[in-house]
Design a protein around this ligand. Structure first.
Ligand SMILES: Cc1ncc(COP(=O)(O)O)c(C=O)c1O
Length: 450
């Protein structure tokens, strides 16, 4: 069990202001937070002029006479006004209920800090590096390929061991905690990438608390619009803003929300010293795109519900993973945790990898909707092959144990319109099973273990 000097303070605040059974913010309130009250100019600059030596010195100890955020306007690696705007908006989206409760209680000290970094992986790596030290342990579920790879590197090089556990099985997590008292962090994605399996965030938050560990939730697939992990007991929310927040595939970025006393001290120091600084231009693009987040997600979810139903009834489709379908193993968690089932789908075709490859190559054509591309959360639908792309770095045995078979296809549903996508799927599936079709790009996918 690892104790931080802010542990008790944080636990008390969490119970008082963050954990909440109240329903999500209604759509209109959420939408108005997204629109905000004024996207700032792009402060595309690396350094800022001080008024005098005292002004510069005070800024370096985190003070400023003009009421600006500590470390604002020194040097962009330490903070930039365009990025701070985005940090504030993302904080509000996850924590407006906290703001309301703290204001009602006349609470002056901030509870949650928000930092925007240069990528989702920067958000994840900076969180883990600032929280953990040699000898600590991590429990992780099925996670994005680069996160998986980072966790293995931390084990190999820095003696921060990860125990990979099926986090959809809360009893397995409890047992792993019992066996490994040094575990300081439980790291999950829910729904996970790419199988859409869901973990019970409330239960895992309770297990983490009992053990004295911290629950970190990668909320990239949902954003605060679909899931608010702090309400359920999480200690940190990380997300890649590259996906739904940006929504147009125009920038790479990440965000971390966590205990303010930690974020403003160890986390800030680690971020400034490692240097994964977002460019002001990218922060501005994300500040612009987040303005339409709920409308984009609503439209994508509407399409996804349609496509998931279509796929689940298609004779050539063997399995569909979509949290919104009653057949999903954790469908019962959607109501308590998520606004709805989201816009990510995975599926397997009869015959496995070969027809899957043909289907993806159909969508790679320029005359079809969608793109064969990694990433997700864009207005354009993306189809991809996790086993050879986003999750190819996961060792084969682990990948297969997690259900990432060679035939698994991941789909990020965009805004093209359900009828367009459905018609294209019908045609693509017909092509995928056309007799004696031997395209020159077909056959690249290695069989499992190969
Ligand atoms: C769930 C999840 N987390 C983190 C990341 C990493 O984000 P980025 O590419 O912005 O570093 C990804 C990227 O696909 C992801 O899917």
């Amino acid at each position: 069990m690892k104790r931080f000097e802010w542990s008790e303070w944080w636990e008390e605040r969490k119970q008082k202001y963050l954990i909440s059974d109240e329903p999500f913010l209604d759509r209109d309130r959420f939408a108005s937070l997204c629109v905000g009250t004024g996207l700032p100019d792009i402060q595309q600059r690396s350094t800022f002029r001080f008024r005098n030596v005292r002004d510069g010195a005070e800024r370096f100890i985190g003070r400023s006479k003009s009421g600006e955020k500590p470390f604002a306007r020194i040097y962009t690696r330490l903070g930039n006004p365009t990025t701070e705007y985005l940090e504030r908006v993302l904080f509000q989206l996850d924590c407006q209920h906290l703001i309301d409760a703290a204001l009602a209680a006349d609470e002056r000290e901030p509870t949650v800090g928000s930092m925007v970094l240069a990528s989702g992986m920067a958000a994840i790596s900076t969180t883990l590096l600032s929280l953990l030290e040699s000898g600590d342990g991590i429990i992780a579920g099925n996670v994005y390929g680069c996160t998986d790879s980072l966790l293995r590197t931390l084990s190999r090089k820095f003696d921060i061991n990860t125990y990979f556990v099926d986090t959809t099985d809360s009893a397995a997590v409890a047992e792993a905690l019992r066996l490994h008292p040094e575990v300081a962090v439980i790291f999950i994605e829910s729904p996970d990438n790419p199988t859409l399996a869901m973990s019970d965030i409330r239960v895992l938050g309770g297990l983490a608390r009992q053990h004295g560990a911290l629950l970190v939730v990668d909320n990239t697939f949902c954003t605060a619009y679909l899931q608010q992990p702090f309400r359920l007991g999480a200690d940190f929310v990380v997300q890649s803003t590259t996906k739904y927040i940006n929504g147009h595939s125009t920038s790479i970025g990440g965000n971390v929300l966590g205990p303010f006393r930690f974020m403003s001290a160890e986390f800030f120091t680690m971020a400034k010293d490692l240097g994964p600084t977002p460019s002001p231009m990218d922060s501005w693009l994300n500040g612009l795109s987040v303005q339409t987040l709920p409308q984009r997600i609503d439209a994508a979810v509407e399409n996804a519900v349609d496509i998931a139903a279509f796929l689940s009834h298609h004779p050539r489709v063997e399995r569909v993973y979509y949290p919104g379908l009653p057949s999903h193993p954790q469908h019962h968690l959607v109501g308590p945790q998520m606004r709805n089932g989201g816009a990510m789908i995975a599926f397997e075709l009869e015959g496995g990898a070969r027809p899957a490859e043909r289907l993806m190559n159909y969508f790679a054509r320029h005359d079809t909707p969608m793109e064969l591309a990694v990433s997700l959360g864009c207005v354009i639908s993306y189809i991809e092959h996790p086993a050879s792309m986003t999750h190819h770095v996961v060792p084969v045995a682990d990948r297969l144990a997690r259900g990432i078979t060679d035939g698994l296809v991941r789909l990020s549903v965009g805004l093209e319109g359900a009828s367009i996508l459905r018609t294209a799927f019908e045609e693509g599936l017909t092509e995928a099973y056309r007799e004696k079709r031997v395209g020159k790009n077909v056959g690249a996918l290695a069989p499992a273990g190969g």
